[in-house]
Design a protein. Structure first.
Length: 327
């Protein structure tokens, strides 16, 4: 339906005017070469999963009415400009049974610089819709100090909004699954520590699906760093503390898994951006703690496989749901 439309045509459609600027948050797509490519061109040249699936569902939900909810008031955004534009987008499933299932709280990645809803939000949400689950996609604060910690505030505020609209959304706010990619994977993992749901008096998730997540500052600390790179500055950017403090606190996720629900982790062996050891280390810690865990390591595909379309990880959302329902 949309594969022959350019990204420009789709994002400049007034029906999705609210969310279009945050297709990739903090990135002006109009200056990118691929802005004038069709979705088929993008699929052929760079992959990025099934963007057409995401746009199809996005236009459907936007056409029905309310789907976009700001997290913060105008006055709150004036005091803290990084909060401007943060939101949740609601993708309801057409499956009537979804009302009785957990909803999926979806957190795209982007290295705490961007939020890639275009690839890791809308298409994946549609995939979970097809599995019979309602989905909320989070656009969170980026390019702000202690961005992962600020994301805890964003998640908590989003949960407040969901709870206040629970009848309209047809969800139980205490019945949800988290799913996050890369930096978003770190966010949904951190949500399971003392910094997350328990600190905000929010119910524990029923399950967690981290996808090619970062989880360990000890692994990051041991990585090779270019001369002049400041590891402490890197840690402060994400967490507001030094690298040593990050490695010896709840920010070191594999050392603090006691609050985790059952967890399914998806990564590829060829991930060139986030070492697969982040996923493997988390899986080992969960298994050691007696927490049900599924670790799926694909042989190819690299980082950013999103919904997995056309790659060895194709169908991972269905496999995650199947594992959740059978465990």
């Amino acid at each position: 339906m949309y594969k022959d439309k350019t990204l420009k045509e789709l994002l400049e459609n007034p029906i999705i005017a609210d969310i279009a600027p945050d297709a990739i948050r903090r990135r002006d797509l109009s200056k990118e070469e691929f802005y004038d490519w069709t979705l088929q061109d993008i699929a052929d040249k760079v992959g990025w999963g099934n963007l057409e699936r995401g746009f199809t569902r996005l236009f459907e939900v936007a056409g029905r009415g309310e789907y976009y909810y700001k997290l913060y008031s105008e006055s709150e955004c004036t005091k803290e400009p990084a909060k401007e534009g943060t939101n949740i987008v609601y993708f309801p499933s057409d499956d009537a049974a979804a009302d009785n299932r957990p909803f999926i709280f979806l957190v795209p990645g982007g290295g705490f610089v961007n939020v890639w809803s275009l690839t890791e939000g809308w298409p994946v949400a549609q995939h979970f819709n097809e599995c019979g689950y309602h989905v909320f996609i989070l656009t969170y604060q980026v390019e702000v100090e202690a961005s992962a910690v600020k994301a805890m505030d964003d998640m908590a505020r989003a949960m407040e909004i969901i709870a206040s609209h629970k009848d309209e959304f047809h969800v139980n706010p205490e019945n949800y699954i988290t799913c996050g990619f890369s930096a978003g994977g770190y966010i949904v993992c951190l949500w399971n520590t003392e910094k997350g749901y328990s600190a905000f008096d929010v119910a524990k998730p029923k399950a967690c699906f981290p996808v090619y997540p970062a989880t360990s500052y000890r692994i990051l600390d041991a990585d090779e760093w270019d001369e002049g790179e400041d590891k402490d500055a890197f840690a402060r950017s994400g967490l507001g503390c030094t690298m040593e403090e990050a490695c010896n606190s709840c920010f070191e996720i594999p050392m603090h898994v006691e609050g985790f629900p059952k967890t399914a982790i998806f990564v590829t062996e060829e991930d060139e951006l986030v070492d697969p050891e982040h996923s493997k280390s988390l899986a080992r810690a969960l298994i050691s703690a007696g927490i049900p865990c599924k670790l799926e390591v694909g042989p190819t595909g690299g980082h950013g496989f999103a919904d997995g379309t056309g790659m060895c990880m194709e169908g991972w959302p269905e496999r995650a749901i199947e594992w959740y329902e059978q465990t």
